[in-house]
Design a binder for this molecule. Structure first.
Ligand SMILES: Cc1ncc(C[n+]2csc(CCOP(=O)(O)OP(=O)(O)O)c2C)c(N)n1
Length: 308
């Protein structure tokens, strides 16, 4: 893995000058992914916060080629780019080694872009798909997505007298991708830069489709002060809400296990989207949330134990 010393010497491929909110986790993730990938990459991204903040004509924060696609088809776009590259390479028109990375928000990945992702993976294109998962449709006003956790307050699952926020638990996209029999899939978050960078390097070394889901805190949608992004990202791991793990050729690996898992309240209480859970009548919802976290983590540990 590239050391921090090496990484800081590399050219920033996602540069200053974008217009993301202060404290945005999504742009931190893209910056880290591109630092790990290096200059020989071509990217695609659907509509979403990332595209809106980084490509306001005539400016761009991207120092690598980037193709903006529709909300539903970033994976089909990157598959087309990769196919064209292979064809041109065969004819000797391109000699350079180029890697392909698609970036999609959770809306563009878990939901509306999912068919394109599933298809591109099944066709075995060589690309890395990075989901920058901020757990809602942030760019259009914080609507719930299938990545939104249970009980989160969003504009389409508003917490109040009738509803305790979103009723359904979060979809497990990494497991769904793994079910496509990919060589490599992983989950990480921006606070653990070395874990993230190692996973990107690994994913790009495979001759096939790979996937990384990155939890990217969003001060606006999660409702917290802009200087706490890294702390919230780290707590997501320390509470086992967001385990750092990877799946490589059939083998699951837990990359980090907290010595003592912190109670989920610690993560929830930092975020305004869960404020209503701390009303006395909602205490049982926190217990339910904790149960869900513990069950998911236990399931992951069983997978690790069975495949090791
Ligand atoms: C087919 C289609 N439906 C809806 C939209 C409107 N739209 C644009 S971005 C977006 C939400 C993006 O959410 P996500 O992918 O999670 O990315 P984020 O902005 O949160 O980073 C929506 C609903 C669209 N562009 N195309």
């Amino acid at each position: 893995m590239a050391s921090l010393k090496e990484l800081v010497k590399r050219k920033e491929l996602f540069s200053y000058g974008h217009r993301a909110c202060a404290g945005c986790g999504e742009v931190l993730a893209v910056r880290q992914v591109l630092l790990a990938a290096g200059e020989n990459v071509a990217c695609a991204m659907p509509t979403g916060c990332l595209e809106i903040v980084s490509t306001i004509y005539p400016h761009t924060a991207w120092q690598v080629p980037i193709f903006h696609s529709a909300f539903e088809n970033a994976a089909a776009t990157i598959a087309g780019m990769e196919s064209a590259y292979r064809a041109l390479k065969r004819r000797g028109k391109i000699t350079k080694e180029i890697k392909f990375i698609a970036f999609g928000g959770d809306g563009g990945t878990y939901d509306i872009g999912f068919q394109a992702l599933s298809g591109a993976i099944e066709r075995r294109h060589r690309f890395l798909y990075v989901c920058t998962d901020n757990q809602a449709y942030m760019n259009t006003g914080i609507q719930r997505s299938s990545a939104t956790p249970s009980f989160a307050d969003t504009t389409t699952s508003p917490a109040g007298k009738k509803l305790p926020g979103k009723l359904q638990p979060r979809k497990d996209i990494v497991e769904i991708v793994i079910a496509h029999d990919v060589p490599y899939a992983a989950q990480t978050t921006v606070a653990f830069w070395n874990d993230l960078v190692t996973k990107v390097e690994k994913a790009l070394s495979y001759d096939g489709p790979t996937f990384i889901n990155i939890l990217v805190p969003c001060p606006l949608g999660w409702v917290y002060p802009t200087d706490r992004t890294i702390e919230i990202s780290r707590l997501a791991v320390e509470t086992n809400f967001w385990p750092l793990y990877e799946y490589e050729n059939g083998v699951y690996r837990l990359n980090y296990e907290p010595k003592e898992r912190k109670p989920i309240e610690e993560w929830l209480k930092m975020q305004g989207r869960f404020r209503h859970l701390f009303l006395p009548e909602n205490q049982k919802l926190i217990e339910e949330f904790q149960r869900e976290v513990d069950e998911r983590f236990a399931r992951l540990k069983r997978r690790v134990a069975m495949s090791g």
